[in-house]
Ligand binder design. Structure first.
Ligand code: HEC
Ligand code: HEC
Ligand code: HEC
Ligand code: HEC
Length: 188
């Protein structure tokens, strides 16, 4: 519970939650940084009806397409209008909200991790190389980098905000309904 509260309030301070989650990792583990394993790995255990089909819900959501979106002509035009000289998919100011891992050392990226998977499991739950081994123990998983969100709406608006060049507003209830992937209660 305490961890949940902390995770929530860290995001509240929102200087940009990317650097903040990174800080939270440093605090938990000293110098050691957790690595990214990729959505397919998470999906090995998170795909059944009983678990809540997180893998397929995510695959069918726009989050899984967020990198591909940057490869479009429309995206390049937006980047150009903003004054960037690189293509959108090569512009870190765009990648910041559209993918994970573009700015981390190659040694932290597992063989199956793909930046092309866009906004993926580990974008929202933290890099999983260590916690994926201890998921049945929630406290231990959180100590090893699992991020859960007490205030979901605050977390979403870390990206869904007016810094997005195409922002059209954010209706939390409606948007959460589109991506909700909770574990069905009767299996807990
Ligand atoms: C070896 C199987 C396995 C793998 C791999 C795995 N998980 Fe899990 N995960 C579980 C189990 C089991 C639970 C506990 C389910 C429960 O409480 O019913 C869980 C719980 C969770 C929860 C809920 C935590 C909470 O209590 O709020 C999240 C979030 C999660 N996993 C994300 C991930 C992500 C992201 C990855 C990939 C980096 C991943 N998992 C990889 C088995 C796995
Ligand atoms: C890391 C940044 C990031 C976070 C955090 C994030 N999103 Fe997104 N979201 C995006 C991006 C980028 C897109 C656009 C993807 C595309 O169209 O290629 C998107 C698109 C969506 C869409 C599709 C909207 C449409 O036009 O149909 C929904 C729904 C959504 N997000 C819900 C959420 C919710 C709910 C949360 C919080 C639990 C959340 N998102 C958190 C980056 C993020
Ligand atoms: C856009 C951000 C986002 C993405 C992408 C995302 N999640 Fe989540 N996930 C959340 C939020 C927010 C919650 C609800 C609060 C919490 O438990 O952290 C949640 C909840 C969960 C839960 C259920 C916790 C429970 O108590 O029932 C599991 C399991 C989970 N996610 C696993 C995954 C896996 C596996 C993937 C990739 C296939 C994934 N998530 C992708 C944001 C995301
Ligand atoms: C602050 C986070 C953020 C940044 C920075 C960001 N995006 Fe996005 N982007 C989003 C979100 C969230 C969406 C989903 C639609 C919305 O609500 O804005 C999105 C959607 C899009 C879409 C799809 C538009 C649509 O209507 O479906 C394109 C194209 C796009 N972004 C291009 C870019 C480009 C190019 C850059 C860099 C110049 C960029 N984005 C920077 C968060 C961001």
């Amino acid at each position: 519970m305490l961890h949940r509260l902390i995770a929530g309030s860290i995001l509240l301070g929102s200087i940009g939650f990317f650097s903040l989650t990174a800080n939270a990792q440093d605090k938990d583990t000293g110098d050691k940084k957790f690595g990214y394993v990729g959505a397919e790995r998470c999906g090995m255990c998170h795909k059944t009806e009983k678990q809540g089909k997180q893998l397929s819900i995510w695959k069918e959501s726009k989050h899984s397409q967020a990198y591909k979106t940057l490869q479009s002509e429309e995206a390049d035009k937006i980047a150009k209008d903003k004054g960037f000289t690189s293509k959108a998919a090569d512009t870190k100011e765009c990648l910041a909200c559209h993918v994970s891992g573009y700015d981390v050392d190659a040694s932290l990226k597992g063989a199956k991790f793909k930046m092309e998977d866009g906004v993926q499991c580990e974008t929202c739950h933290g890099p999983g190389s260590e916690y994926q081994k201890v998921m049945k123990n929630r406290d231990e998983a959180m100590a090893k980098g699992l991020v859960v969100h007490k205030d979901k709406e605050k977390f979403c608006t870390g990206c869904h905000n007016s810094k997005s060049p195409t922002f059209k507003g954010f209706d939390y209830d409606k948007y959460w309904a589109k991506i909700s992937h909770m574990i069905p209660k009767d299996t807990k």
